[in-house]
Design a protein around this ligand. Structure first.
Ligand SMILES: [Zn+2]
Length: 430
């Protein structure tokens, strides 16, 4: 569910950046003006739906809009990242639209960056919020910077997003398809800042004793904008629960534990990379706080309780998206056993046409850009706490060298199958 409505009409009502009383007033005004605009058959822009997000919109002409990307800052007002937009255009049919995406620069690990949106991150559009296609006609003005989209829709209503969105509704729909599957178990392990369920899924063949099974743990959406990883998760889950003989064998030999949505609040509001209190859920694993970041606290507790009850984890992987990089990485001081696991996993993964590493697998140190707690990510934290073989994978959203296009939802889903098979083989051999 979207917490905040930011419907914006052609009358140029400003969208609000934060949920404030005046923000609510503006939203109501926007809704009123919006209905007037719709009556007049004008083009209008809206974000009042699950995962929708856009900053202030300025109308340059009837069909030309300057759209600020909303962006988000952390708990200290730093590390602004503007890498998510998702909006609907009404009255679009036959109109030659020009949409300028602006307000792109920010910070990463406390260093200024030009922004995550570039000439290479072409958006996707949809006429039904299900099938997503690339917006082809774009230009990028580096000096501003500004990404200009040009399109003439065939439908009266279209949706445009940075990457094909994957919302809580998509996950709910997916899980409801498998409600009665004997190999799937769902638990609620806690609640987000906004009171949303934090879910842990377990997939295994319960008829086979647990004692000899390998345990593979997956984590998704620590960062709300990275919807590509969720499409991979959907592909992985569909394959794992399928009647494919290999999937059946994997279920007999393996327990999959899955955190499908680490930041449900962020995904719902169309957030970027911080929880509702501004905390980056893939940092702060050395500064866990039940109030400020209940998402980390609940997930960490679930993993540690599993291990402390005498169970093992053979491999843990958190999935992420970046703009241009693709790689696997692990904790800095990992022993030989984990190094060889990572090498094996990376090699198996490179058999996939949907994985094109831009650098070899590496072990990274905790970020030292700021001398204070709060920079430790999940794999560093789990390795520190229980010496777990925990890793992270990043996948690019720009044109993929193996695929020759920006990855589609189907490419991501297929990668989910490749990933499950590679992880299973990696721990099986080890
Ligand atoms: Zn991420």
């Amino acid at each position: 569910m979207t917490e905040m409505s930011t419907g914006i009409s052609t009358a140029g009502v400003r969208a609000t950046r934060h949920t404030t009383f005046s923000g609510v007033t503006l939203c109501m005004a926007a809704t009123f003006l919006l209905s007037m605009a719709a009556q007049a058959g004008e083009v209008s822009i809206h974000t009042d739906f699950d995962g929708g997000s856009l900053g202030q919109v300025e109308r340059v002409s009837e069909t030309h809009f300057r759209c600020k990307v909303k962006g988000e800052v952390d708990q200290d007002g730093r590390n602004r990242q503007a890498s998510w937009y998702y909006f609907r255009v009404d009255g679009a049919k036959g109109q030659s639209l020009t949409l300028d995406m602006i307000d792109l620069p920010g910070e990463y690990n406390y260093r200024p960056v030009a922004g995550a949106i570039t000439a290479r991150t072409l958006p996707f559009y949809s006429e039904d919020q299900k099938t997503w296609k690339q917006v082809e006609a774009t230009e990028f003005l580096t000096d501003v910077p500004l990404l200009r989209l040009r399109l003439t829709p065939h439908a009266q209503r279209i949706w445009i997003a940075h990457t094909p969105p994957y919302t809580i509704r998509d996950l709910t729909r997916l899980l409801s398809e498998f409600n009665n599957h004997s190999a799937l178990r769902q638990q609620t392990i806690g609640r987000s800042v906004g009171g949303r369920d934090l879910v842990l899924l377990t997939i295994t063949d319960e008829r086979v004793s647990q004692s000899k099974k390998k345990v593979i743990w997956l984590m998704f959406r620590q960062h709300a904008w990275e919807s590509g990883s969720s499409w991979t998760g959907e592909g992985a889950l569909r394959f794992l629960l399928s009647s494919d003989p290999i999937a059946k064998q994997i279920r007999r030999e393996t327990i999959f534990k899955i955190f499908p949505m680490s930041d449900p609040d962020g995904v719902a509001r169309g957030g970027v990379r911080f929880n509702a209190h501004g905390y980056d859920l893939n940092r702060n694993w050395d500064a866990v706080d039940d109030e400020k970041m209940p998402e980390i606290a609940a997930q960490r507790k679930a993993v540690l309780e599993w291990v402390d009850a005498g169970n093992h984890v053979d491999i843990f992987l958190s999935l992420h998206n970046t703009e241009t990089s693709e790689y696997v990485e692990g904790p800095p001081d990992a022993g030989e056993r984990y190094r060889s696991l990572m090498t094996r996993f990376s090699q198996l993964l490179s058999d996939s046409k949907r994985f094109a590493p831009t650098k070899s697998a590496q072990f990274t140190a905790v970020s030292t850009t700021v001398d204070k707690p709060g920079r430790m990510n999940v794999y560093q934290g789990l390795y520190r706490d229980r010496k777990l073989p925990a890793f992270l994978i990043e996948q690019m959203i720009v044109k993929h060298p193996e695929l020759g296009r920006q990855p589609t939802t189907e490419d991501r889903r297929q990668f989910g199958v490749d990933l499950v098979r590679a992880m299973w083989r990696a721990v099986k051999i080890g």
